[in-house]
Design a protein around this ligand. Structure first.
Ligand SMILES: [Zn+2]
Ligand SMILES: [Zn+2]
Length: 335
């Protein structure tokens, strides 16, 4: 089978991923073999390819927004049948018996394994996954539209809840890409007034089309202060920009998996007034299932640009340079 493999991290412009052939893997105990139909390209893949987050091993096959068809089940794998379409997300496996796993916080498990980092991911024609970490995908989404739901959608959903957002609140989204464009639609379905702050004029336009009350560049002040805000960019200075726009008692959630250093933060001016900053770390299977159930209720419009498997490096470069024509990039593999 064909895979896109990372042997050594490097700048996206140097195209660190290379096409190579591997044997189709055998599903181990509790695993399933999937024929990969599509795989989303996430910002985290860019951090992996460029070595900005610690890499547990090399080589790596990235890709953790896998839409796949079950080919066969390994020993002890249950609950799935050949031919079924499932999704695989960033959380690939956990220990199942630590304090975090036993208290509904498996995203914080010290032995958590991520898809496309510890496990070979979906930038490949086939992938194996733990059967208990595969999710049914609502039938209303085609294989391309379904891919961004699996990380961009799920992480946005966790960020919504980490920020404590209640229906009807005034919310700001800072940075606008795959995750924010889905999160915006969920919040609109909840009757929230959503403002978007992003550098890109195209993304501001898309945000307005999707129901944002306003969409502004960082250089302009929003019409009012925000009750809640979520950051989707990897730029540390965005934290200060968000706090400046947050009303007293407001909460800021950081959905980014990696953030550059936050510049010195003036407590008396930006944090005092019981403003809170909360991180968002991966997600749980419960997040995935509840989000996909929600996506079955709310008809989300997915704004995708597709690439071939061999073009994964190009997709990552476009993502890095802000040159994607649409909000989310998806690799068409067996589609
Ligand atoms: Zn655990
Ligand atoms: Zn992701």
């Amino acid at each position: 089978m064909k895979v896109m493999q990372l042997d050594k991290p490097g700048p996206a412009a140097s195209q660190p991923l290379r096409v190579t052939e591997r044997d189709i893997p055998d599903p181990g105990t509790g695993q399933v073999l999937l024929r990969v139909l599509t795989c989303g390209v996430c910002h985290t893949d860019l951090h992996i390819v460029e070595g900005e987050i610690p890499l547990p091993k090399l080589p790596i096959v990235p890709g953790h927004e896998i839409v796949g068809e079950v080919v066969r089940l390994g020993p002890g794998a249950e609950g799935l049948h050949p031919g079924e379409r499932v999704g695989v997300a960033w959380i690939g496996d956990t220990c199942g018996h630590c304090l975090f796993c036993l208290s509904g916080r498996e995203n914080l498990c010290p032995d958590i394994r991520f898809t496309g980092l510890h496990h070979a991911g979906g930038y490949a024609q086939y992938a194996v996954a733990q059967a208990s970490f595969c999710y049914p995908i609502p039938g209303r989404y085609d294989n391309v539209s379904a891919a961004p739901l699996l990380c961009a959608g799920i992480i946005g959903w966790r960020a919504i809840r980490r920020a404590g957002i209640q229906p009807g609140e005034r919310v700001g989204l800072l940075g606008f890409g795959a995750s924010a464009h889905i999160t915006l639609q969920v919040l609109r379905a909840w009757g929230c007034e959503v403002g978007v702050i992003t550098r890109s004029a195209e993304h501001r336009e898309l945000a307005l089309t999707l129901g944002a009350a306003w969409a502004l560049p960082y250089t302009q002040a929003p019409p009012h202060l925000l009750e809640r805000a979520i950051i989707f960019t990897p730029a540390g200075e965005t934290v200060l920009a968000a706090l400046e726009r947050l009303q007293p008692g407001g909460v800021l959630a950081i959905a980014s998996v990696h953030l550059s250093e936050i510049p010195p933060l003036d407590h008396d001016r930006l944090l005092l007034g019981e403003r809170e900053i909360r991180s968002v770390t991966a997600s749980t299977r419960h997040d995935a299932r509840t989000f996909l159930a929600l996506a079955d209720q709310i008809p989300l419009r997915l704004d995708t640009e597709t690439f071939q498997l061999e073009e994964a490096g190009l997709a990552l470069l476009r993502l890095k340079e802000g040159r994607l024509r649409q909000a989310a990039a998806v690799l068409r593999i067996a589609e």
